[in-house]
Design a protein around this ligand. Structure first.
Ligand SMILES: [Zn+2]
Length: 195
């Protein structure tokens, strides 16, 4: 069900459009520190994984910088393309973890995703451990009855969010987006507005 090659160029372009809409909303607000104007101050990323990861649209993390001299406060809004500091794009973190749940053969996961087995195992520990104490997981599982099975994360969430893999991955990325930034702690309202 969760074949990474189903995540088409169109899918990744959709994520870029969501991130663009989020940063536009964030830029319309004043600096949190001084009330000054926020300007685009994107910074480079070199993400791995996914057909669009090498494309220019995935080479920049959208970010804002206060234009007032002496402040220069940086505000990086939530993103559906990147998952924190991980070098892999967020969609690949989700898909590789989901595939790893469906097969016993480690080599099959590596073949399907190009992600080293050690990396996928680390992500699986994150889904079952730190992720289950995160705000997105707590808010999402509060809406789901019965509660998602923790040992089947992230698949247990994907199959409840949408029938088809691509929209399910997009929705899960949107739920996870607040944990992709610390400089915009209330950034989830922009996500709600653009999704
Ligand atoms: Zn400022």
């Amino acid at each position: 069900m969760f074949d990474p090659f189903e995540l088409s160029g169109e899918f990744f372009e959709g994520l870029v459009a969501i991130d663009e809409a989020i940063v536009e909303r964030a830029a319309a607000e004043p600096c949190r520190d001084c009330g000054g104007p926020l300007h685009r101050g994107d910074y480079p990323r070199k993400p791995r994984g996914g057909v669009m990861s090498a494309a220019e649209s995935f080479a920049r993390r959208f970010s804002l910088c206060c234009g007032r001299e002496g402040c220069r406060h940086r505000a990086t809004p939530p993103s559906v393309r990147f998952l924190g500091r991980r070098v892999y794009v967020g969609a690949v973190v989700i898909v590789a973890s989901a595939i790893a749940l469906t097969t016993m053969a480690v080599s099959a996961v590596v073949r399907a995703t190009g992600v080293p087995a050690r990396t996928t195992r680390r992500w699986q520990r994150w889904w079952r451990g730190p992720f289950t104490t995160s705000t997105p997981f707590i808010e999402l599982s509060a809406r789901l009855v019965p509660a998602p099975e923790r040992r089947r994360l992230p698949t247990a969430l994907l199959e409840r969010l949408a029938v088809d893999p691509s929209p399910a991955v997009t929705k899960l990325l949107a739920w996870l987006a607040p944990i992709t930034t610390t400089s915009c702690p209330d950034g989830s309202r922009w996500l709600r507005a653009v999704m």
